[in-house]
Write a protein of this length. Structure first.
Length: 282
């Protein structure tokens, strides 16, 4: 039986996360949260880079003016094309760190946080604009994770992992309302982690402790399952010139006998058709 996946980058990331296609540079960005590392990968040349960050990093996204925006332990920072760094929003909270983040259709960063001990209600989801304005959107979160929007931008999908749910909100003008459940993940399948939305409006969900990525229709019907040879599957994103390849990050943190490929970056060629992702307006 032919495996649907390939190993894009063999690595031993403690907590690989946040794959993001940087269209302007023709490369994939991804991170190791607990390893404090920012990775890039060019699938055309195989070129890789690794940059160590000064603190735990939850997400990285391209900026409209060049460079990157980073969701870091102590706030949101800006990395310039020349390597210079500065804080856009600096608000250290003892016991907290950044987690997943996503850029909305209007260019705002929706940045998640959590407590290191994953205590219920200890995390947030905030909307950060290019001028550094911050508004807390959700303040009763345990592990803020996957966030994404429907192709028309009218729906926002969101995961607070311990709930085992993928929720959906109505979205307009940077505000969300009408929270309801799209799908609930059964206990035997693990916890929902990162997500991405494809051009057909289907939601792809990475399953922590589930060794898989699942695709759900906009009605919440299970449409496809891609099994992987590692248990801790963290996030997924479409990339490549045609946005047809699905990149998947994984982790090895806490595994007493991790599989050889745990912590690697995988790719599923021709998995579907992704959406062009907005860049941060800052």
């Amino acid at each position: 039986m032919t495996r649907p996946y390939e190993v894009a980058v063999r690595a031993e990331a403690e907590l690989g996360e946040g794959p993001t296609w940087d269209a302007a540079a023709g490369r994939l960005l991804w991170i190791d949260i607990l390893g404090s590392r920012l990775h890039t990968y060019d699938p055309d040349t195989g070129r890789r880079t690794v940059r160590r960050t000064e603190q735990h990093i939850g997400a990285v996204k391209p900026r409209a003016g060049g460079g990157l925006v980073l969701n870091l332990r102590d706030g949101v920072g800006l990395l310039d094309p020349d390597g210079g760094f500065g804080w856009l929003h600096h608000e250290p909270v003892p016991g907290h760190r950044a987690n997943d983040a996503a850029v909305a259709p209007d260019g705002a960063l929706w940045a998640g946080t959590m407590r290191y001990d994953e205590a219920p209600g200890g995390g947030t989801l905030s909307r950060v604009t290019g001028d550094g304005s911050v508004a807390v959107v959700l303040d009763d979160v345990a592990v803020s994770n996957g966030t994404g929007w429907s192709p028309d931008g009218r729906l926002m999908y969101y995961i607070d992992s311990p709930t085992r749910r993928v929720d959906v909100f109505d979205h307009a003008d940077g505000r969300i309302s009408g929270r309801r459940t799209l799908v609930e993940i059964e206990e035997s399948a693990g916890f929902p982690d990162g997500l991405t939305v494809d051009a057909e409006g289907c939601v792809w969900v990475a399953l922590w402790q589930g060794s898989a990525v699942r695709r759900y229709t906009p009605d919440g019907e299970l449409d496809r399952v891609i099994e992987l040879p590692v248990p801790l599957v963290t996030a997924c994103a479409f990339g490549g010139a045609g946005l047809t390849d699905l990149y998947v990050t994984t982790a090895r943190v806490g595994l007493t006998d991790p599989p050889a490929l745990a912590g690697s970056l995988f790719v599923v060629p021709g998995a579907g058709k992704g959406l062009a992702q907005p860049v941060f307006a800052g």
